[in-house]
Design a protein around this ligand. Structure first.
Ligand code: NI
Length: 169
């Protein structure tokens, strides 16, 4: 297991559209373990493979406070979505930035687990938000791009300034 570096917005690699996983083998399972370790260490509640520079359709999520229930979604698809809810979101690739995003309230999702078996879940609340947020990453989308142009611009300015300060120190 290894903690991998997380790409920080606006790294252009975060805009990569992830490819489907063609077979769940040991290499994929190793990547999933690394993703989980990286997410828990951050700490965060969700991580998409592209955030550790692997453009594959893989997501890890654990929304439990005890961090005891890792959920893995490989090649996830939303089958049904209903309702609307606004939640405050953050992202390990956009450190220190939180803002409100509107998403479906309840979703039905199918994916493969790390054994390569198909499963289906109905998610609501934080789990639904998290799955939708992470699935956006698979399409190369980051949550701050859902905000108003002005807010997005402010966030970009802030992150670029922070990066310059880091490089200068
Ligand atoms: Ni994110």
């Amino acid at each position: 297991m290894a903690i991998r570096p997380i790409l920080i917005y606006p790294d252009p690699r975060l805009h990569t559209v992830a490819s489907k996983v063609s077979g769940v083998n040991d290499e994929i399972r190793q990547l999933i373990e690394d993703m989980a370790e990286t997410m828990y260490a951050a700490p965060g509640i969700g991580l998409a493979a592209i955030q550790v520079n692997e453009p594959l359709q893989i997501i890890v999520i654990d929304v439990t406070p005890e961090k005891t229930h890792l959920q893995v979604f490989i090649n996830p698809q939303i089958l049904e979505a209903e309702g609307e809810e606004e939640c405050e979101e953050g992202c390990l690739s956009v450190p220190g930035i939180y803002d409100w995003v509107k998403r479906a309230k309840k979703i039905r999702v199918t994916a493969l687990n790390k054994e390569g078996e198909t499963f289906e879940i109905i998610a609501e609340g934080m789990m639904a938000v998290c799955i939708q947020h992470e699935m956006d990453h698979l399409l190369g989308r980051v949550f701050v791009e859902k905000l108003s142009r002005l807010k997005h611009q402010r966030i970009l300015t802030k992150l670029k300034k922070r990066q310059r300060e880091k490089q200068g120190s």
